[in-house]
Write a protein that binds this ligand. Structure first.
Ligand SMILES: CC(=O)N[C@H]1[C@@H](OP(=O)(O)OP(=O)(O)OC[C@H]2O[C@@H](n3ccc(=O)[nH]c3=O)[C@H](O)[C@@H]2O)O[C@H](CO)[C@@H](O)[C@@H]1O
Ligand SMILES: C=C(OP(=O)(O)O)C(=O)O
Length: 421
């Protein structure tokens, strides 16, 4: 199993290109199963979640050709299999999109319950409620979600909680249903818009993506022949923005949509960090005096939960006591115990963490408890005195393309070391 070894305190300086968004790519790859012909997907991040999904759709019968390391051509003409067992899907969350896509394509799907980061219970009841509203029969047997429909018929679906996964999954199931589906209280993340744009480019009729009401008029065929480019990853962008601020560096984050990281930009400015915004880039210049702040994570356009552990690193370095309140997941504080090994003073009370700063962190052996928690350990290590080893980095590889290489290009002293299993 690989680990990162990170040495010394160095300011990060320079420019970094942001890859395509994990959470859009992992939805658009399954969405390609709905297309009746070939399509090309560009700006795909080279991360392990994407590789797992490409492997799954290939095993289901899709022909996938890498045009280069970040773009694929997919042809699903000979797709015949509608089942994805546990061994295939256990490592990723986004395997749940196979249910909506296969249901839309074959009117049946058998997919094992998804994996993904461990934030406590991660239910999919809203996905199931939506599939049932569209006319499907859903049972969970031996850990497999089995969904069958004679036909799918458009319906009005009100989501009880704002769920990114349920919103996209129901879009996938509904694009080829008979009649009109309306998803209310839908998630508004840019990923939803990207998936809708992909589907519409193939002939679907999805309106309202990016608002809380999405209207989908079913069509019979989604024709291929088109190319779609995945949007930039706002969480990777935010990670490098935090890295620039935390190391008191000067980092330009390039190829991004600045609006997607507005909540972080506003928070950094509030914390006395200098942020300059261009059309498709943001420059972050660190300061000696980061001021304390209170952060609450919320569904988009609120402060993203996936940036929560990264934001905590900045709060450790800030003057005074700050708070982070987790507004999306019941349990996203597993990384805190690891950060405490590096000297962080954090007290978790329910869904809130009290973070006392400023603290000079010190290098220590730590592990990635989840994808973003792992990235946060790496950024913490870049600010810490001494050597830090971050173990379990397969979780970081799930969502960051060439994380160590990109950090090294900014001046970080980080190496990947392979350890025997
Ligand atoms: C692959 C992917 O895109 N993962 C993202 C997706 O996860 P995921 O799609 O799993 O997250 P959701 O948006 O569905 O979850 C948001 C909240 O809704 C609850 N919920 C969700 C579904 C459901 O059927 N019932 C229910 O109660 C969850 O427990 C959670 O409290 O959005 C999360 C919230 O932005 C991000 O942290 C993840 O990075
Ligand atoms: C939580 C995340 O991913 P997943 O939902 O795929 O576990 C994430 O991207 O931070």
């Amino acid at each position: 199993m690989d680990k990162f070894v990170i040495r010394s305190q160095r300011a990060l300086n320079g420019e970094v290109n942001i890859s395509g968004a994990k959470n859009a790519a992992v939805a658009i790859i399954p969405a390609a199963l709905l297309v009746d012909g070939p399509c090309k997907i560009e700006n795909i991040p080279d991360i392990s979640d994407v590789r797992v999904l490409i492997d799954i759709i290939s095993k289901l019968g899709a022909e996938v050709k890498f045009d280069d390391e970040n773009s694929i051509s997919v042809n699903t003409q000979y797709l015949s299999c509608y089942s994805a067992p546990y061994e295939m899907v256990k490592s990723i969350r986004a395997s749940y999109y196979l249910i909506g896509a296969l249901l839309g394509r074959f009117k049946k799907a058998e997919v094992a319950l998804p994996g993904g980061c461990d934030f406590g219970f991660r239910p999919i009841d809203q996905h199931i409620k939506g599939f049932e509203a569209l006319g499907a029969n859903v049972v969970i047997e031996h850990g497999i979600v089995k969904v069958y429909a004679d036909k799918l018929v458009g319906a009005q679906i009100y989501l009880d909680v704002v769920s990114l996964g349920a919103t996209i999954n129901l879009m996938l199931a509904a694009v080829k249903a008979e009649g009109t589906t309306i998803i209310e209280n839908a998630a508004k993340e840019p990923y939803v818009v990207d998936v809708a744009n992909f589907l519409n480019a193939m002939g679907a009729n999805v309106k309202g993506a990016g608002t809380d009401v999405i209207k989908i008029k079913g069509v019979e065929v989604l024709s291929g022949g088109l190319t779609h480019s995945i949007i930039p990853d706002m969480i990777e962008a935010g990670t490098f923005m935090v890295a620039g601020a935390a190391t008191k560096g000067d980092v330009v984050v390039k190829n991004i949509i600045p609006k997607h990281v507005e909540s972080l930009t506003a928070k950094l400015i509030e914390m006395n960090v200098k942020v300059i915004e261009g059309e498709d880039w943001i420059r972050v210049q660190g300061t000696d005096h980061i001021t304390k702040a209170n952060i609450k994570t919320l569904p988009y356009p609120g402060f993203p939960t996936d940036l929560h552990p990264l934001a905590t690193i900045l709060l450790c370095l800030a003057d005074g006591t700050s708070t982070v309140t987790e507004g999306v997941w019941d349990s996203r504080f597993q990384y805190v115990d690891e950060l405490k090994r590096m000297g962080a003073k954090i007290k978790v009370e329910g869904r809130m963490a009290l973070v006392e700063g400023p603290e000079s962190l010190t290098g220590a052996p730590v592990k990635a408890t989840d994808l973003r928690g792992g990235a946060a350990m790496v950024i913490a290590a870049l600010t810490a005195q001494g050597v830090t080893e971050v173990h379990n980095i397969r979780l970081i590889d799930r969502g960051y393309e060439k994380f160590d290489i990109k950090l090294r290009s900014l001046g970080a002293d980080i190496i990947r070391v392979s350890e025997p299993e």
